[in-house]
Design a protein around this ligand. Structure first.
Ligand SMILES: C[S@@+](CC[C@H](N)C(=O)[O-])C[C@H]1O[C@@H](n2cnc3c(N)ncnc32)[C@H](O)[C@@H]1O
Length: 220
């Protein structure tokens, strides 16, 4: 699943036709509980699920799956050059790092020539709107161009949650600077069957503005 709209890989085929995933080595970045790796393994692919959070990987372990889990930072991948055919990330790592080009360069390094990296992030336009599912989430409240990160701190003033904003142009330049060719940029429309509200996500907002941007990139 690429995002809260509900666009799934069976429908989107952004990593290629499912029948061609069989036997391919796929790196999932920012895997969380490794939902994508689990689906990939069911297609016959050979996924590796990577996340910086040990706790997230404990959830992945509890749910289970026939693939390795790796606790590491997406900006310092513990793999040899050209070890994967494909890489994917659904809202993993890239929205949360200050230096997305570093991550993209690392992913490029571990992909074989011609390999695809497909990643989804919050659509940059969302930055300008309050993160509310109702009508209050439809009025611009801050500048789309303000790259100051969103930071939540604990009582000691330590950052416990950070989100970095990149404009759409920034993201395209990052992809190119990371050594990729941008093949497609998918902005999933909110489907009529999806009536769920989740955080700032809702049919009301989803019918009017995009919520997710999926970048389909290829290593030249
Ligand atoms: C919003 S969750 C998405 C999880 C999963 N992909 C999904 O679709 O549910 C973001 C994940 O990225 C991970 N993450 C954040 N920064 C990371 C980094 N620098 N390296 C690796 N993983 C990271 C977080 O620990 C978290 O599990």
């Amino acid at each position: 699943m690429w995002g809260p709209e509900g666009l799934d890989e069976v429908e989107a085929e952004l990593l290629g036709p499912p029948e061609e995933l069989k036997g391919r080595a796929v790196l999932e970045i920012g895997a969380g509980a490794a939902q994508c790796a689990r689906w990939l393994a069911a297609q016959g692919a050979l996924p590796v699920a990577l996340d910086i959070s040990h706790r997230q990987l404990q959830h992945a372990l509890r749910i289970g799956g026939p693939f390795p889990l790796v606790c590491a930072d997406a900006g310092a991948l513990p793999f040899a050059d050209e070890s994967f055919d494909l890489a994917c990330s659904a809202y993993g790592a890239l929205p949360f790092v200050a230096d997305p080009v570093l991550v993209l360069k690392e992913v490029r390094r571990v992909l074989r020539p011609g390999g695809r990296f497909v990643f989804s992030v919050t659509h940059p336009i969302r930055w300008a709107f309050p993160d509310e599912p109702g009508p209050e989430g439809l009025t611009v409240s801050s500048s789309y161009f303000d790259r100051t990160p969103y930071v939540e701190q604990d009582e000691q003033g330590r950052a416990v949650y950070v989100e970095h904003h990149r404009t759409l142009g920034d993201r395209v330049r990052d992809v190119v600077a990371g050594g990729f060719r941008l093949v497609d940029l998918v902005e999933p429309q909110w489907p009529s069957w999806n009536s769920s509200e989740w955080g700032g996500w809702s049919p009301l907002r989803g019918n009017l503005i995009p919520g997710t941007a999926v970048f389909v990139c290829e290593r030249d």
